[in-house]
Design a protein around this ligand. Sequence first.
Ligand SMILES: Nc1nc2c(ncn2[C@@H]2O[C@H](COP(=O)(O)OP(=O)(O)OP(=O)(O)O)[C@@H](O)[C@H]2O)c(=O)[nH]1
Length: 312
Amino acid sequence: MSAPSSTAPHRAGFACFVGRPNAGKSTLTNALVGTKVAITSNRPQTTRHTVRGIVHRPEAQLVLVDTPGLHKPRTLLGERLNDVVRTTWAEVDVVGFCLPADQKIGPGDRFIAAELAKLKKRTPKIAVVTKTDLVDSKALAEQLIAVDKLGRDVGVDWAEIVPVSAVNGEQVQLLCDLLVPLVPESPPLYPDGDLTDEPEQVMVAELIREAALEGVRDELPHSIAVVVEEMLPREDRPQDKPLLDIHAYLYIERPSQKGIVIGPKGSRLKEVGSRSRKHIEALLGTPVYLDLHVKVAKDWQRDPKQLRRLGF
Ligand SMILES: Nc1nc2c(ncn2[C@@H]2O[C@H](COP(=O)(O)OP(=O)(O)OP(=O)(O)O)[C@@H](O)[C@H]2O)c(=O)[nH]1
């Protein structure tokens, strides 16, 4: 890519990464922004909220919108998540379709590609082949060819096909260079230095949810929601020793799940608390007292009233 000249107009706009669960969208967002703003996990479908990471460059600003994975909906929550995804696609300037290098293109990818084909023609679509560190060059070449073919099969004209590894940073800058010219000429949309406009409480809730998902049974992740009820600075603290009190509820669907989340003698919940507290402190830059409670919200995934309460 050519270096920015002083006469080049400033560009700013929105990009979003789509792809099936676990495709590496959140990790890529983090790699581009350079800090942990999106929530990653080795479990599918952990990204519930649209999280924006913002890439600041002298000549451009890229606002990255991270969406949940698009999938065949089985519950009301699933349908709502898909609506969120489609609404996001329609609003962004460029879409990056993430396909892991180490996995054969499957029905899930074809489903998304077919949806992308329905998106307005003038929204550029970049195919991003992720996790290139997991495969050798021969397998990578084959995947690039398969992605090209996928585009032709469904009728999407990829603006680019870019292999990247978010883990070792390979080609991440190149991807950024390729995204910038695809957003419109515009002054910066966000103040310099902002990394995300996600409300702090939502990010804190996501960090707690991420910690709660670690090491629990496969079926449980979809049944956990976290709501931060209150974040208040502790009174009577000396100025140089502030403490932020955070009260949060971990919602599960059934009483039988309580034991899994809490663990023997509360050991798991304690661990979830201390692990997420570290991340929260790093995010907010202040010591935190975290008060975590587990509550049963029966069948919350199927109940519109509960879903609204839990922020969906
Ligand atoms: N080796 C390797 N692993 C990666 C890379 N990018 C992501 N991963 C791993 O792949 C898994 C899924 O990554 P995420 O970024 O959470 O995927 P996602 O697409 O955001 O997933 P959802 O939120 O479920 O939609 C995690 O375990 C990551 O550590 C990469 O470049 N190389």
